[in-house]
Write a protein that binds this ligand. Structure first.
Ligand code: PGA
Length: 255
């Protein structure tokens, strides 16, 4: 049975004290999580060792990073390798977020290399895809997202793919307050699963968690997570407030 996952993407927010407090607040309200439910917290790099210490002993709350570099090591001033993340007890790494693609010009080839680095270092990948508004308006979003997935992860073996989670995040819904409807989310998630099934077979596709991201909040999480192919969420803004993030976690627990 595939897992349901809610992942917090703090982006470039919170200082160390604020981050520690937020994690403590989340712990206080955390519901019991069954084996097929998982929470991931992806703070900025600087927080990772602190957050790792706070998560010690927890098996269903995992540590994530928001990025890693595409090379193994060397003279890349300011970058962080997947091996470093592994040594900091990171479990998951977000790769291909639309903000990385747009502001940092990360292209498909770079992202495929990042995916490789993550997997070589035994990290799980949360691979992001999603279309801009003009593509949605032209109703060509399925082909657009399919191309992102093919370029980013189709070079992987079936075994490697077991360590990949996909996050569908329509760019027009990220941080805008405008969520995809549950029908739009379900349609795209079903499409993504069919794309995976065509390449890797139905069993592999059926096992892969596909998360929705983009203005997900407690008030819409239950409806989104009730969709057959929506297996949780990648949460930005609402992950910065314990009460909101817990509301979304509860929606996942009950889904
Ligand atoms: P949002 O961001 O929840 O603030 O829309 C989601 C994301 O970018 O991962």
């Amino acid at each position: 049975m595939r897992k349901k996952i809610v992942a917090a993407n703090w982006k470039m927010n919170l200082n160390l004290t604020e981050g520690a407090e937020l994690v403590n607040e989340i712990f206080k309200g955390l519901p019991p999580l069954s084996e097929d439910r998982r929470v991931v917290i992806a703070p900025p790099y600087l927080h990772l060792t602190q957050t790792a210490a706070q998560l010690t002993g927890m098996i269903d709350v995992c540590l994530g990073a928001q990025n890693c570099y595409s090379e193994a090591s060397g003279a890349y001033t300011g970058e962080i390798s997947a091996a470093m993340l592994k040594s900091a007890e990171v479990d998951y790494v977000i790769i291909g977020h639309s903000e990385r693609r747009e502001y940092f010009k990360e292209d498909d080839a770079t992202l495929a290399k990042k995916v490789n680095q993550a997997l070589i270092n035994e990290l799980q990948v949360i691979f992001c895809c999603g279309e801009p508004l003009e593509i949605r308006d032209a109703n060509t979003q399925n082909a657009y997202v399919e191309a992102q997935i093919k370029a980013g992860i189709f070079h992987l073996s079936e075994l490697q793919l077991k360590n990949v989670v996909i996050a569908y995040e329509p760019i027009w819904a990220i941080g805008t307050g405008r969520t995809a409807t549950s029908e739009q989310a379900q349609d795209m998630h079903a499409h993504i699963r069919s794309v995976i099934a065509a390449q890797y077979g139905a069993a592999v596709a059926d096992d892969m968690p596909i998360l929705y991201g983009g203005s997900c909040k407690p008030s819409n999480a239950a409806e989104l997570f009730a969709c057959a192919d929506v297996d949780g969420g990648l949460i930005g803004g609402a992950s910065l407030k314990a009460a909101e993030f817990l509301g979304i976690i509860n929606a996942m627990v009950e889904a």
